[in-house]
Design a binder for this molecule. Sequence first.
Ligand SMILES: Cc1ncc(COP(=O)(O)O)c(C=O)c1O
Length: 455
Amino acid sequence: MINGKIAADRIRNGDDKKKGWNVMTAYKDRSTEELLQLKDSLEAEYKKFQERGLKLDMSRGKPSKEQLDLSMEMMDILNSDTDLRCREGVDCRNYGVLDGIQEAKELLAAMIEVPEDKIIIYGNSSLNVMYDTVARSMTHGVMGSTPWCKLDKVKFLCPVPGYDRHFAITEYFGIEMINVPMTPEGPDMDMVEKLVSEDEAIKGIWCVPKYSNPQGITYSDETVRRFARLKPAAKDFRIYWDNAYNVHHLYFDDQDVLIEILAECEKAGNPDMVYKFSSTSKISFPGSGVAAISTSYNNLKDIKKQMAIQTIGHDKLNQLRHVRYFKDLNGIMEHMKKHAEIMRPKFEAVLDTLDRELGGLKIGSWIRPKGGYFISFDAMDGCAKAIVARAKEAGVVMTGAGATYPYGKDPHDSNIRIAPSFPSPDELKLATELFVLCVKLVSVEKILESRSSAA
Ligand SMILES: Cc1ncc(COP(=O)(O)O)c(C=O)c1O
């Protein structure tokens, strides 16, 4: 078990001579003549792919149909004969219960390791909760502080590469985003500590602390503790802790462990500094799951003031359906093992192809995650857009290059997010073969180009 830390050997730099897969000569060490020949043969291979008329999608992290089928029995849990009262006797068909039925609080609190009285159950999407949280801070401020819309400048820290939809929220509200590089242990904490303590305009940081999107990195214990001990210049600074992949292991006997941030913040004397978000989107049905926020009593009180205006209560029938289907944390974990059975071979197919085809060539690096939904690939600088475009021209749609950075701007034009979940294993094999071909082709072109401009 890896204690909140990504093992160094999960990072494939594509240049480590000790690895068994590394038997090929790096492209940069080949003669121009050899590279020109290679380019011709790669182009011929690429043409063949184009002629096949592929139509594959590796762009978004959606569960496959097979994964959605795992939860179908949930559809039979409630019917017209079912007693639709929750444990406290409330008729779930009717209005009421603003912050979620007790049994749903217990289930989700157990899943994200927080006390059941420090949680609000929302509707179907955690992204929606994050949007609401930023929107409320803009219009009404955080626990009595000045609404952000009345300030000259509001900034957010964005660990990169990161989740495009987080960045889209802050961009939408005109919040300035500052890139913070990810390390194998989480965001660069020296930078986070410095910026947060010096700049009062910094009001938040986006974090995906476990099996991060897109790198699959889990923050180390030390990183979490450093987060908890932050001394922000802004009293309304909050950590946006998006725990989307808390139970999404690929290997149940070899999991990452993330220490619990709410408790750490309390211990460090910063109980109000974090909002923890989660949902069952990639456990049951994305778009029809149950979302939640967990935070301090002070923050919960602040949030409920707005919530009471916004809604009379979220979908309690769906909460009931989830609770009666999963029953408890053990039910969720058993269910996640079934997801892992489907996901693991797909991840391994992609990763093994990357290792086999690109190992030793020094034209990219990638990480072998132990969970989550993505594989992050870093191409040579200046190559990502061209690789994604090449893949698209041959029928494979990838997440747009740049999407993993604020404003869609990857300063190195290097990072590409691979989403292995949706295609079938056969499709995935084909798509990855095409992907590595595009990586090779674009890299050869790049090296030849730099040689000819240097000549
Ligand atoms: C990090 C992260 N957070 C949130 C979401 C979306 O969650 P929800 O469906 O609960 O809105 C995703 C979906 O890909 C994600 O990757």
